[in-house]
Design a binder for this molecule. Structure first.
Ligand code: FES
Length: 57
């Protein structure tokens, strides 16, 4: 998955945007990412992908 991949289709949030928010704000959980970026706040189907990204950082 490259950094331009869209992780959250509903909100059009890319992997790079999520990683940046995680690094800047020291986010730990999917809920943290939802609050910070709005990724994952609509249908929720991207939660597994967000979880996977959190495991990479
Ligand atoms: S794809 Fe992320 S909330 Fe729907």
């Amino acid at each position: 998955m490259d950094n331009d991949s869209i992780i959250c289709n509903c909100m059009q949030i890319s992997k790079a945007e999520i990683l940046e928010a995680v690094n800047l704000n020291d986010l730990k959980t999917v809920d943290d990412v939802c609050d910070a970026t709005e990724a994952g706040t609509v249908c929720g189907s991207c939660h597994d992908d967000i979880e996977e990204l959190l495991g990479e950082v």
